[in-house]
Design a binder for this molecule. Structure first.
Ligand SMILES: CC(C)(COP(=O)(O)OP(=O)(O)OC[C@H]1O[C@@H](n2cnc3c(N)ncnc32)[C@H](O)[C@@H]1OP(=O)(O)O)[C@@H](O)C(=O)NCCC(=O)NCCS
Length: 179
Protein backbone atom coordinates (compact mmCIF):
# COMPACT_ATOMS: atom_id res chain seq x y z
CA UNK A 1 0.00 0.00 0.00
CA UNK A 2 1.08 3.54 -0.60
CA UNK A 3 -0.13 6.21 1.82
CA UNK A 4 -0.91 9.67 0.48
CA UNK A 5 -0.65 12.99 2.30
CA UNK A 6 -3.98 14.55 3.25
CA UNK A 7 -4.88 18.05 2.13
CA UNK A 8 -7.76 20.28 3.24
CA UNK A 9 -9.92 18.59 0.59
CA UNK A 10 -9.65 15.32 2.53
CA UNK A 11 -10.72 16.71 5.88
CA UNK A 12 -14.37 15.59 5.67
CA UNK A 13 -13.27 12.02 4.93
CA UNK A 14 -10.69 12.06 7.73
CA UNK A 15 -13.22 13.41 10.25
CA UNK A 16 -15.67 10.73 9.21
CA UNK A 17 -13.25 7.81 9.45
CA UNK A 18 -11.66 8.95 12.72
CA UNK A 19 -14.88 9.73 14.55
CA UNK A 20 -16.55 6.52 13.41
CA UNK A 21 -13.54 4.41 14.34
CA UNK A 22 -12.91 6.00 17.76
CA UNK A 23 -16.32 6.98 18.97
CA UNK A 24 -18.93 5.31 16.76
CA UNK A 25 -21.93 4.26 18.79
CA UNK A 26 -22.14 0.78 17.29
CA UNK A 27 -19.20 0.96 14.98
CA UNK A 28 -18.53 -2.75 14.89
CA UNK A 29 -14.84 -2.14 15.26
CA UNK A 30 -12.87 -4.47 17.53
CA UNK A 31 -11.39 -1.65 19.60
CA UNK A 32 -12.94 1.77 20.19
CA UNK A 33 -13.24 4.48 22.81
CA UNK A 34 -16.97 3.85 23.06
CA UNK A 35 -17.93 3.82 26.75
CA UNK A 36 -14.74 5.69 27.68
CA UNK A 37 -15.07 9.03 25.89
CA UNK A 38 -18.03 10.69 24.21
CA UNK A 39 -18.17 13.28 21.47
CA UNK A 40 -16.09 13.73 18.35
CA UNK A 41 -12.41 12.74 18.38
CA UNK A 42 -11.55 15.43 15.79
CA UNK A 43 -13.15 18.33 14.00
CA UNK A 44 -12.05 20.56 11.15
CA UNK A 45 -10.48 23.16 13.44
CA UNK A 46 -8.33 20.49 15.09
CA UNK A 47 -7.12 19.19 11.73
CA UNK A 48 -6.28 22.70 10.51
CA UNK A 49 -4.36 23.35 13.72
CA UNK A 50 -2.47 20.05 13.42
CA UNK A 51 -1.39 20.64 9.84
CA UNK A 52 -0.80 24.40 9.83
CA UNK A 53 0.76 24.93 13.25
CA UNK A 54 1.71 21.54 14.55
CA UNK A 55 4.13 20.23 11.92
CA UNK A 56 1.80 17.27 11.53
CA UNK A 57 1.39 15.19 8.38
CA UNK A 58 -1.81 13.19 8.03
CA UNK A 59 -1.35 10.08 5.91
CA UNK A 60 -4.27 8.41 4.16
CA UNK A 61 -4.99 4.87 3.02
CA UNK A 62 -7.46 4.79 0.14
CA UNK A 63 -9.39 1.98 -1.44
CA UNK A 64 -7.81 1.35 -4.82
CA UNK A 65 -11.07 0.88 -6.69
CA UNK A 66 -13.24 3.63 -5.20
CA UNK A 67 -10.50 5.98 -3.96
CA UNK A 68 -12.43 6.33 -0.70
CA UNK A 69 -10.43 7.01 2.45
CA UNK A 70 -10.40 3.81 4.54
CA UNK A 71 -7.84 4.75 7.14
CA UNK A 72 -5.42 7.39 8.33
CA UNK A 73 -2.66 8.23 10.75
CA UNK A 74 -0.95 11.45 11.87
CA UNK A 75 2.81 11.84 12.37
CA UNK A 76 4.92 14.72 13.63
CA UNK A 77 8.59 15.15 14.48
CA UNK A 78 9.67 15.52 18.10
CA UNK A 79 13.09 16.00 19.64
CA UNK A 80 15.91 13.42 19.50
CA UNK A 81 14.97 11.72 16.21
CA UNK A 82 11.62 10.70 17.66
CA UNK A 83 8.36 11.07 15.77
CA UNK A 84 4.95 11.04 17.42
CA UNK A 85 2.25 8.92 15.83
CA UNK A 86 -1.43 9.55 16.61
CA UNK A 87 -4.97 9.44 15.24
CA UNK A 88 -4.51 5.97 13.77
CA UNK A 89 -7.92 4.92 12.49
CA UNK A 90 -9.43 2.36 10.16
CA UNK A 91 -13.02 2.62 9.03
CA UNK A 92 -14.96 0.08 11.16
CA UNK A 93 -16.19 -1.79 8.09
CA UNK A 94 -12.58 -2.37 7.02
CA UNK A 95 -11.11 -3.39 10.39
CA UNK A 96 -9.46 -6.71 11.28
CA UNK A 97 -8.34 -7.27 7.70
CA UNK A 98 -4.76 -6.11 8.07
CA UNK A 99 -5.21 -2.47 7.07
CA UNK A 100 -4.19 -1.06 10.46
CA UNK A 101 -0.94 -3.05 10.42
CA UNK A 102 -0.24 -1.97 6.89
CA UNK A 103 -0.80 1.72 7.74
CA UNK A 104 1.54 1.43 10.74
CA UNK A 105 4.26 -0.22 8.68
CA UNK A 106 4.05 2.39 5.93
CA UNK A 107 3.92 5.28 8.40
CA UNK A 108 7.08 3.94 10.06
CA UNK A 109 8.80 3.87 6.65
CA UNK A 110 7.56 7.42 5.97
CA UNK A 111 9.06 8.81 9.19
CA UNK A 112 12.25 6.72 8.91
CA UNK A 113 12.86 8.26 5.50
CA UNK A 114 12.69 11.65 7.23
CA UNK A 115 15.20 10.78 9.90
CA UNK A 116 13.15 9.09 12.61
CA UNK A 117 14.86 6.44 14.72
CA UNK A 118 12.03 6.06 17.21
CA UNK A 119 8.25 6.28 17.04
CA UNK A 120 6.29 7.26 20.15
CA UNK A 121 2.59 6.76 20.80
CA UNK A 122 0.23 7.36 23.72
CA UNK A 123 -2.64 5.02 24.52
CA UNK A 124 -5.38 5.22 27.14
CA UNK A 125 -4.24 2.84 29.86
CA UNK A 126 -7.39 0.74 30.10
CA UNK A 127 -7.34 -0.22 26.41
CA UNK A 128 -5.53 -3.50 27.03
CA UNK A 129 -6.26 -5.22 23.71
CA UNK A 130 -5.07 -2.16 21.78
CA UNK A 131 -1.87 -1.92 23.85
CA UNK A 132 -1.29 -5.63 23.17
CA UNK A 133 -1.79 -4.96 19.45
CA UNK A 134 0.90 -2.25 19.52
CA UNK A 135 3.20 -4.53 21.52
CA UNK A 136 2.84 -7.19 18.82
CA UNK A 137 3.96 -4.50 16.37
CA UNK A 138 7.18 -3.96 18.36
CA UNK A 139 6.14 -1.08 20.63
CA UNK A 140 7.31 -1.18 24.24
CA UNK A 141 6.07 0.68 27.29
CA UNK A 142 8.50 3.43 28.25
CA UNK A 143 7.23 3.51 31.83
CA UNK A 144 5.93 7.05 31.39
CA UNK A 145 2.32 7.58 32.40
CA UNK A 146 0.61 10.92 31.93
CA UNK A 147 -2.74 12.02 33.25
CA UNK A 148 -5.53 12.11 30.67
CA UNK A 149 -6.06 15.75 29.57
CA UNK A 150 -9.37 16.19 31.39
CA UNK A 151 -9.14 19.97 31.05
CA UNK A 152 -8.96 19.89 27.24
CA UNK A 153 -12.51 19.95 25.82
CA UNK A 154 -11.22 19.20 22.30
CA UNK A 155 -10.52 15.55 23.21
CA UNK A 156 -14.20 14.85 23.94
CA UNK A 157 -16.08 14.11 27.13
CA UNK A 158 -14.46 11.41 29.28
CA UNK A 159 -16.98 9.11 30.94
CA UNK A 160 -14.55 8.00 33.67
CA UNK A 161 -12.30 9.96 35.99
CA UNK A 162 -9.50 7.38 36.27
CA UNK A 163 -7.98 7.47 32.77
CA UNK A 164 -4.28 7.89 32.10
CA UNK A 165 -2.13 7.77 29.00
CA UNK A 166 0.68 5.24 28.74
CA UNK A 167 3.61 5.95 26.44
CA UNK A 168 4.95 3.30 24.10
CA UNK A 169 7.95 3.54 21.85
CA UNK A 170 9.43 1.54 18.98
CA UNK A 171 12.99 1.68 17.77
CA UNK A 172 13.04 1.63 13.99
CA UNK A 173 15.47 -0.76 12.36
CA UNK A 174 17.89 1.43 10.49
CA UNK A 175 20.36 -0.61 8.47
CA UNK A 176 23.57 1.27 7.85
CA UNK A 177 24.70 1.24 4.25
CA UNK A 178 27.25 -1.49 3.51
CA UNK A 179 30.66 -0.03 2.56
C1 LIG B 1 -6.55 0.09 16.00
C2 LIG B 1 -6.98 -0.02 14.55
C3 LIG B 1 -6.37 1.09 13.74
C4 LIG B 1 -6.49 -1.38 14.01
O1 LIG B 1 -6.82 -1.47 12.65
P1 LIG B 1 -7.27 -2.87 11.99
O2 LIG B 1 -7.31 -2.69 10.52
O3 LIG B 1 -8.49 -3.38 12.65
O4 LIG B 1 -6.03 -3.79 12.41
P2 LIG B 1 -5.45 -5.07 11.67
O5 LIG B 1 -6.52 -5.69 10.81
O6 LIG B 1 -4.17 -4.73 11.01
O7 LIG B 1 -5.13 -6.02 12.87
C5 LIG B 1 -6.19 -6.64 13.54
C6 LIG B 1 -5.67 -7.18 14.81
O8 LIG B 1 -6.72 -7.17 15.76
C7 LIG B 1 -6.77 -8.40 16.41
N1 LIG B 1 -8.15 -8.54 16.79
C8 LIG B 1 -9.20 -8.72 15.99
N2 LIG B 1 -10.32 -8.79 16.73
C9 LIG B 1 -9.94 -8.66 18.02
C10 LIG B 1 -10.63 -8.66 19.26
N3 LIG B 1 -11.95 -8.80 19.32
N4 LIG B 1 -9.90 -8.47 20.38
C11 LIG B 1 -8.58 -8.31 20.34
N5 LIG B 1 -7.87 -8.30 19.19
C12 LIG B 1 -8.56 -8.48 18.06
C13 LIG B 1 -6.27 -9.37 15.39
O9 LIG B 1 -5.77 -10.52 16.03
C14 LIG B 1 -5.15 -8.58 14.72
O10 LIG B 1 -3.95 -8.56 15.47
P3 LIG B 1 -2.71 -9.52 15.09
O11 LIG B 1 -2.49 -9.43 13.64
O12 LIG B 1 -1.56 -8.95 15.89
O13 LIG B 1 -3.11 -10.87 15.52
C15 LIG B 1 -8.52 0.02 14.42
O14 LIG B 1 -9.09 -0.99 15.21
C16 LIG B 1 -9.16 1.33 14.81
O15 LIG B 1 -9.30 2.24 13.98
N6 LIG B 1 -9.59 1.47 16.09
C17 LIG B 1 -10.25 2.68 16.57
C18 LIG B 1 -9.32 3.85 16.69
C19 LIG B 1 -8.19 3.59 17.66
O16 LIG B 1 -8.42 3.07 18.74
N7 LIG B 1 -6.97 3.96 17.25
C20 LIG B 1 -5.77 3.80 18.09
C21 LIG B 1 -5.72 4.83 19.15
S1 LIG B 1 -4.19 4.83 20.05
Amino acid sequence: MRLTIATHDDFDSVIDVVNQAYRGLSSGGWTTEFGLIEGPRVDRAALVEMIENGQTTILLARDRASDRVQGCVAVRPMEDNQWYLSMLAVSPACQAGGLGKSIMTDAEVFVAERGARFVKISVIDVRDSLIAWYERRGYERTGDIEPFPYDDPSVGVPLRDDLNLVALRKSLQISDPVE
